[in-house]
Design a protein around this ligand. Structure first.
Ligand SMILES: [Zn+2]
Ligand SMILES: [Zn+2]
Length: 256
């Protein structure tokens, strides 16, 4: 009888141990369903008193809140010619043609999810701000007004890659050249409204190829700020430049 009880005990233990290993979670992380934490990027946003440009980042509940007056921390032919921040166009585009707009101070508040994850159904990006750079300038998507290609508008981009729209809101559709000159072409440059970070055109010393990126213009890889890997967008030199067919995650909001 004692032997029987012992045998029964051994069998129960074997069953319990087996089922225990079967239900333990997989140790291989998968992209879909992964929730990230972007708290680490909060302190990367900066203001420049000499240029009166502001970008402040705080955490409010589950949101990273970035407030900015939207004026660039670099010179531009789009500052009023009487402004000390004015600089005549000196870039490399021989077809440059200034648009008749002047940079105006904004009052922008971005509320960005602190714990982004892939959206089960993706949304296209709106016209207007779709994200914000470290120097507090809105990122816009790959379209000009009316959903037209940027090919015409691109000749109005100043020597730092930005321009103001009709209401004077300065923005980047392409690489923010002053920022990559300062921080590096592989650097963390900002974040889109869905909470996924934006990096420059290079990674691991080489230009990122369009074929390395998915339909949303991003991929999952390790970065300096996220050594365990995170989904992120790259700004490249060819259309669609920053975002492809929409947000990878679920967009927060921007008020202006
Ligand atoms: Zn534009
Ligand atoms: Zn990457």
């Amino acid at each position: 009888m004692k032997k029987l009880i012992l045998l029964f005990g051994i069998i129960m233990c074997v069953i319990a141990c087996k089922s225990n290993t079967d239900t333990s979670p997989s140790t291989t992380p998968t992209t879909s369903g992964t929730t990230y934490d972007i708290t680490v990027i909060k302190d990367k946003f900066y203001s420049s008193s000499s240029f009166s440009s502001t970008a402040t980042a705080t955490i409010e509940g589950n949101y990273l809140v970035i407030k900015t007056n939207g004026t660039p921390d670099h010179k531009s032919p789009y500052y009023s010619s009487s402004d000390s921040r004015y600089e005549v166009y000196n870039g490399s585009n021989t077809s440059f043609k200034a648009a008749p707009n002047t940079i105006a101070t904004q009052n922008l508040t971005f509320r960005i999810p602190l714990n982004p994850k892939e959206a089960s159904s993706k949304s296209s990006t709106p016209m207007g701000p779709i994200g914000v750079s470290l120097n507090g300038i809105p990122f816009f998507n790959q379209y000009a007004a009316g959903g037209a290609k940027l090919s015409g508008e691109i000749n109005g981009f100043d020597q730092y890659g930005g321009h103001p729209q009709m209401q004077g809101q300065y923005h980047y559709h392409v690489e923010p050249l002053n920022l990559t000159a300062k921080k590096g072409t592989d650097a963390f440059l900002g974040v889109l409204l869905d909470g996924f970070p934006v990096y420059g055109p290079k990674e691991n010393g080489a230009l990122v190829k369009e074929s390395d990126l998915d339909a949303y213009h991003g991929h999952t890889a390790k970065t300096a700020e996220f050594p365990n890997g995170i989904y992120h967008y790259h700004i490249t030199s060819t259309d669609p430049y920053l975002n492809g067919s929409g947000f990878f995650g679920t967009a927060g909001t921007v008020s202006q």
